[in-house]
Ligand binder design. Structure first.
Ligand code: PLP
Length: 398
């Protein structure tokens, strides 16, 4: 971890600067901070030293151009789309999306004239048939939740560049510990830092990681910003306008917890990838388990692609199907170690029945279309002892 600690007492852990506002020696200094001629912390909705320390660490580890930390993963998606779209624009997205993201597109953004166009994102011709003059971006999750589909990001980056679109990847599940967005030509990486980064579900947070890109110049609402800031156009518009105006800042305390999480990210990912693979292998040998979705399994249809996209491992999330809702509930209720809870990438293994929870607001027909069956179970594998995990699953399946 790079040492960017500018604390005057040289604390090894960056302190929590828990203050709404900051004081100035003179009126002139206060004015200079506002007009940007003498950058300083003014007010924690726009910037805060602890949050900035987290942002700088993320920028350093990812090789990005700039990072904006926000209050949640959903705030990261919302702030990003608000910075690049205007009414009448559209985005191409996957037909397998996290439930709240789908609701954001359909219920919240559609009335503002923003059209989300759904695709399997597998065939160039099919994706291109959805693109028109008002298309601004391709957006998808790199490992979809809960069905574990993965996409060929090289292919999506090629299509995005050809059609002057932005490529936005929600990298919440594998995180930058397992997925190199910069190398794959992603323009904007979005992360729910509530997941792996927070170090065990300590806090809610989101990250907008902006890469160096020439693509900003093709986005009408970024053109003025591009003239002034070039490569940094999106980052500057976020910081100086959209993020400031939307008011979805991360708290200093959350930023501190997430810096703590960052220190052990690599270790935790190694363990949860190994545990998830062992659990997936175990589940695939069980008679009552109809299907296991985990790209790390050699038998999985995404395995070959996963080696290119996620060479270090496919992360801790997996899904599997039992016969129906009744058998899923009975199995889940027998678990002793694995917790019945929402959330992903906790240190603890968490299990959930998507159809009755995250997707409960959708009709059975829509759920079927989304691949969320009545017997589907999502398991986020933590960092517990592998044998203990398999013992718990085994007794609950018996
Ligand atoms: C959890 C999650 C989100 C939302 O993040 P929050 O921090 O809960 O707002 C978005 N996308 C994916 C893929 C997620 O798993």
């Amino acid at each position: 971890m790079p040492n960017n600690n500018k604390d005057p007492y040289h604390t090894l852990k960056f302190p929590i600067y828990d203050s709404a506002a900051f004081e100035f020696e003179t009126s002139e200094d206060l004015g200079a901070a506002f007009d940007g001629s003498k950058p300083a912390f003014i007010y924690s909705r726009t910037s805060n030293p602890t949050v900035t320390a987290l942002e700088e660490r993320i920028t350093q580890v990812t090789g990005a151009n700039g990072t904006v930390a926000v209050s949640s993963g959903m705030a990261a998606i919302t702030n990003t789309l608000m910075s690049i779209l205007q009414g009448g624009d559209n985005i191409i997205t996957s037909n397998r999306l996290f439930g709240n993201t789908y609701s954001l597109f359909e219920s919240t953004l559609r009335p503002f004239g923003i059209d989300a166009r759904y695709s399997a994102l597998e065939k160039t011709t099919e994706i291109e048939s959805l693109i028109d003059a008002r298309t601004r971006a391709i957006f998808c999750e790199n490992i979809t939740n809960p069905l574990m589909s993965i996409y060929d990001i090289d292919l999506l980056a090629t299509i995005a560049r050809k059609h002057k679109l932005l490529l936005i990847i929600d990298n919440s599940v594998p995180s930058f510990g397992l997925f190199n967005a910069k190398k794959l030509g992603v323009d904007i990486e979005i992360i729910s830092s509530t997941k792996a980064i927070s170090g065990g579900a300590t806090s809610i947070g989101g990250l907008i990681i902006c890469y160096k890109s020439e693509q900003w110049k093709h986005v009408p609402v970024l053109q003025e910003w591009f003239k002034q800031w070039g490569d940094e156009a999106l980052y500057r518009r976020l910081k100086k306008e959209v993020f400031r105006n939307m008011g979805s800042c991360m708290s200093a305390h959350a930023a501190w917890l997430q810096m703590l999480g960052l220190e052990t990210l690599e270790l935790r990912l190694e363990r949860s990838c190994a545990n998830a693979l062992a659990v997936a292998e175990f589940l695939s040998t069980q008679k009552t388990v109809k299907t296991v979705y985990y790209p790390g399994l050699p038998s999985d249809s995404y395995h070959k692609l996963s080696l290119r996209m996620f060479p270090a491992g496919c992360g801790g999330m997996l899904s599997f199907e039992l016969a129906d809702r009744k058998s899923a509930f009975a199995f889940m209720d027998r678990l002793q170690l694995i917790r019945r809870a929402t959330n992903l990438c906790d240190n603890k293994s968490l299990i959930i029945h998507p159809a009755s929870t995250i997707y409960c607001e959708y009709s059975p027909e829509l759920r079927t279309e989304m691949g969320v069956s009545e017997g589907l179970i999502r398991l986020s594998v933590g960092i517990e002892n592998t044998v203990d995990l398999i013992d718990d699953l085994s007794q609950a399946l018996a």
